[in-house]
Structure formats: C-alpha cells, structure tokens
Write a protein that binds this ligand. Structure first.
Ligand code: DMJ
Length: 591
C-alpha cells in the first residue's frame, strides 16, 4: 500500500539504496573471511587462489604507514631467564610432500606504481624472547664476545676489522663491518651497553657512501642484513633508515645488460662494475642477496628492491643446469654461466643452494620455483658430489673441476650444508635429507676433531682409495689455516634443534674450547695459519667480523634452552647469521 502511494522517483531511490546495501554487505562478508584466514598463513591456499599478491601487500603497508612515528625508541633487552626446555625436533609439523603453491607474481610488470617511499611500522614478532645468558656455557660465550669487543673498541673502533696482534685495524669497505655485523649478536647476548654504543655509532658516524669499491654480496649479507636484523630485534628506526639508504646505493649494481648484477660498486660514485680480478660475477654472490632485498621491500613497503633480485632469481632459474648444479661464474653482460667453471658447495657456489631453500622458507613456502630448484640440486649433489672416504667411510661433498672432473675436496664453507639439509627436512622434505645432514655433520666435526688444535682447516681433502696408507682426511699445507669460520657451528645448531641429540652440543663446546685455546689473544681473537701445530699455530693478526656476527651467535644459540629464541618457523637466518622474519602470504612477519 505504502509502496504504491510513493512516486516513481521515491521507489527508484529506495530500490537503489537496497541494492547498494546488499552489495556492500556481501563485500564486507567476503572481506571478513579473508582477514580471518590471514592468521594462519601456513594453512592458507596459494596466493593465486585468493587473489592476494604483493601489490595488495603494498597497499596494506601504505595504510599502516600512518603511524611511522609510533615506534618506541628504547631497545628492550631482557636479562637472564627463560624455561629449561630443549628445542626438540617438531616431527608433528612435517608433511609428506613439499607444500606446492603458485608463484607469487603481482609485483612485476603490473603497470601499477609499486613505489611506496615510506617506512612501514611493523614488527616481526611482538612477543620478545628473553635475551642474555641462561647458563654457564652461554656466559662463557658472552665473555668471549666481550673480550673481542673490548679489543675492537680500543684499537679498531669504526673500522672494518680488528688486527689483534698489531693492535690496529684493517679496512675493507669502510663500513664499520664489525660493528654492524655484531649488532644483533649484542642484542641476543643481552649486551645492552655495548649495543647502545654501537647503535650510536650507526646513527651518528656511519657513512653509507664511502669512496670505496665494495662487494655487493658482502655488503648485503653483512651490512644490509645486519641493519635489517638489528631493526627487527630492536625496533629502532635508525637501522631501517640506514638499510634503506644502503639498499638505494646498491641498486645500480643491477643496471647490467642482463639482470645479473655486477659484483662491485663504488658507493660514493655509484659506478658498478665487474670485480678487479676478472670479467664475471660469482654465482653464489648474485644469488645470495635475495633474502635481504626482499626483507627490505617487505619492511619499507617499497617493492623496487625485491623486483631487482627477483629478476636475478628468475634469470638463473631459466638457465640450463647439470642436475640442478651451477657453475661458479656468470657474466653480468651476457647473463650466461662461464663454460667449464667449477661446480662446488664450497667457495663461490655454497650459498646459491642455501638461499634456494631459505627463500622458500622466508616466503612461507609459497614460491615454488625455489624448492623445485633446491630439490633438483640436492638430488644432483647426492648423485654427483656426495662420496665416502676410506678407511672410515666419512661422507663428504666434493667438487666437479671444470664442471665434470671429480675432486675429493671439501671447503669448510661447505659445512653449511648439513644445517640447510636439516632445515629442509624440518620443512617437509624427504627423510634422506636429514640422514645426509647427519652424515655430513659428522664429517665436518671430524675435520676439527682430527687435527692437533681441534680446529678445522680451511680445506679438507679425502682419501677414496681402499687400503691406502693414509687417514681419511688429508690437509695440504696451503689449506691448513682457520679463519674462525661459523659453518660447522651453524649446522650444529640446526642439527641439535631438529633432532634434539645432545652430542651436537658437546661437539660445539669442544670447538669453542679449541677457539679459546688457540685463537684467543690478550686483545681479541685471531685467525691462525696451521691447525696442525698446536704449539705454534701461526697467529695471522686478523679477527673477521663474522666471528662476532656468526660464530659466537650460533654458539650462544646452540646452548640456549629457550625454544622461543628465534624458532625456525618464525625466523630465517641469512647467510651471515642475521635473523629475518619469515613472511606470510601477505608479506607480513609470521607471528
Ligand atoms: C660469511 O661471510 C658468510 O657465512 C658467508 O656465507 C660465507 N663466508 C663467511 C663465513 O665463513
């Protein structure tokens, strides 16, 4: 009745309003469903299915950018504490098949303006773990760090590395490498005073544009990674601001004819080029910058960093390979691998494989390309590179010289592999990955236990001839040095956490004690020249920044009983041991 008495105009207005109301309600209902689903990213359908991609994440960041100034200014570093629970392997989380998602897409060539020139106000993990030592062993590691730091501060402050014998310093990139590499270690070890001094140096004295050729890879993993991790752990914007500046300065490296970056760049002039020693870039270097650049994009909301490194990954993915294994050199102009270059899990090859797995993990297993390439490479390594020695059947990973000639040589650098294999197993890859991880871990430990100093040489050769009158491990004089490297300790951390087997801790402790015996000096720690001479190992007068950034950090974590201290579900360690948040399908840090 009422309806009939209305004019046509009134009826049209009411009909239109009802129609709009229905459409709005449906939209709100759909939107709510999506939001609820975001809370458990590991169980989400692939991005393609729900139509969410990085571009939408950028919008999300833009909205959140409203409160840039909202960050707190004080770093929270808790004292000792934490529950006494060993972080046992979490078999329950395993799945039989790798999780297969569709490619991320969304940010490339979409015609949209991807640049968001603001800093996102986001945290990787709201509930902070307890930092600082919880037991005697961790206290000993903190004491080692303090000893090294005191000397660095006294004799090398603001320079790249300490020379502990001559009580002076060494400059490599003019970026204060030891300070930046150590920032997150100091947070984790609970060294608040030292951290604040370092933070002040970064804020007031760090020059992001030194007149110096720097290596893209080293600067990315140590400095960019160090700054990003320090930001995530401390919430202090100064680190993100510096990271963004540095990311911008490094971008000209990618202006090559192919998408492959040049190895070096002068940070003051912005001129990028091939390294001084040859025409090519190193494969592990151009493929070990992606975790950091992707994190910089997710954290700032500016996708240009991610875009640059995604192109590299896609390019390398599309190149033909032998059983998933890569040669160690690639030309930035042609974009082609150098023919007949060595295939190795050691120097110049190593972290290509590490970052395949870790990028898959960082993106909550959503980027299929990485795990496909990783699985092919691990199967290829098993077939072509993994062998056993005589007489004790130590499993090792060798090399293919000129791409096809097997050499029973294993760099200490390759001892990252047990940890990576174990991480793959933890993320659902086959049981044999863990078995191989255990076998290689044992061998890496033997390269320490076997020597006079109980420290590993830089390179080990293995005897494969049955009945030969030699040990399994052969150390050539030129390879007998030890640079305080972290890879074995790093893998021990993964193996311990994932299997719960306590002997991995014991091995780590033995190695730490050997460092204390043979590399500790009155002023800091030093690389040594001969691990086979316990009386006179030949002090080299150099303390690498990764001793503080990686070796001591991994040791500290190995002895932590706190299962919430950087769980592998929430953090992925870059190749320089800087923890970065695992991201969900929106690019947000997994909580
Ligand atoms: C570090 O800079 C990194 O771990 C890199 O991946 C390999 N070399 C050193 C440590 O050995």
């Amino acid at each position: 009745m009422v309806w009939r008495r209305m004019s046509r105009l009134q009826r049209n207005i009411i009909s239109m309003s009802l129609a709009v109301g229905v459409v709005v309600s449906i939209y709100i209902l759909l939107h709510r469903k999506t939001s609820t689903g975001r809370q458990d990213p590991m169980n989400q359908p692939p991005w393609g299915q729900i139509g969410v991609d990085y571009f939408h994440f950028e919008n999300d960041v833009q909205q959140r950018n409203g409160n840039v100034g909202g960050k707190k200014d004080e770093t929270v570093i808790d004292g000792p504490g934490g529950p006494d629970i060993a972080n046992q392997g979490d078999q329950d989380n395993r799945v039989d098949e790798p999780v297969i998602h569709q490619p991320a897409g969304g940010d490339d060539d979409d015609g949209e303006d991807d640049n968001v020139d603001k800093i996102a106000n986001e945290r990787p993990n709201k509930s902070q773990p307890k930092y600082g030592p919880q037991n005697e062993k961790q206290e000993a590691i903190v004491a080692a760090f303090k000893h090294a730091w005191k000397a660095y501060k006294a004799y090398a402050w603001g320079h790249d590395e300490l020379k502990p014998v001559s009580k002076s310093w060494n400059e490599w990139f003019n970026l204060g490498l030891t300070i930046v590499d150590s920032l997150d270690t100091m947070i984790i070890l609970g060294l608040e005073k030292e951290f604040k001094e370092a933070r002040d140096w970064v804020a007031n004295d760090m020059n992001i544009k030194p007149r110096k050729d720097v290596n893209l890879f080293e600067t990315t993993i140590r400095v960019l990674g160090g700054l990003l991790s320090a930001y995530h752990l401390s919430d202090e914007l100064v680190f993100l601001e510096k990271a963004k500046l540095l990311g911008d300065e490094l971008l000209p490296c990618f202006n090559s004819k192919s998408s492959i970056p040049f190895a070096d760049i002068n940070l003051m002039t912005g001129v990028a080029k091939a390294p001084k020693w040859g025409p090519d870039s190193t494969v592990s270097e151009v493929t070990t910058i992606q975790l950091e650049f992707r994190d910089l994009s997710f954290t700032t909301g500016d996708m240009k960093y991610k875009k640059a490194v995604d192109k590299v990954s896609k390019h390398i993915h599309n190149l033909p390979k032998e059983s998933g294994l890569v040669p160690i050199f690639i030309n930035a102009n042609t974009g082609q691998f150098r023919a007949r270059s060595t295939i190795t899990f050691g120097a110049r090859g190593d972290s290509y494989y590490e970052y395949l797995l870790k990028q898959w993990v960082q993106t909550s297993k959503s980027e299929q390309m990485f795990v496909d390439d990783y699985l092919e490479a691990m199967a290829g390594a098993k077939e072509k590179l993994v062998r056993t020695s005589e007489p004790n059947k130590l499993t090792f990973v060798g090399e293919l010289l000129s791409g096809d000639r097997f050499s029973a040589k294993m760099d200490h650098l390759a001892c990252f592999l047990p940890g990576t294999l174990a991480l793959g197993y933890k993320n659902g890859l086959d049981e044999w990955h863990l078995q191989l991880a255990k076998d290689l871990m044992h061998t890496c430990y033997q390269t320490y236990a076997f020597t006079a100093t109980k420290l590993s040489p830089e390179i080990s050769h293995f005897n494969m001839v049955p009945g030969a009158r030699t040990d399994d491990i052969i150390i050539k004089p030129a390879d007998a040095h030890n640079l305080l490297r972290p890879e074995t300790i790093e893998s021990l951390l993964y193996l311990y956490r994932i299997t719960g087997d306590k002997f991995y801790r014991q091995w780590g402790w033995e190695i730490f004690q050997a460092f204390e015996r043979h590399t500790k000096l009155p002023y800091g720690y030093s690389s040594i020249s001969n691990v086979q001479n316990a009386k006179n190992p030949g002090i080299r007068d150099k303390m690498e920044s990764f001793f503080l950034g990686e070796t001591l950090k991994y040791l500290f974590l190995l002895f932590s009983d706190d299962k919430d201290l950087f769980p592998f579900e929430k953090y992925v360690f870059n190749t320089e041991a800087h923890p970065l948040p695992v991201r969900d399908f929106l690019g947000k840090a997994v909580q």
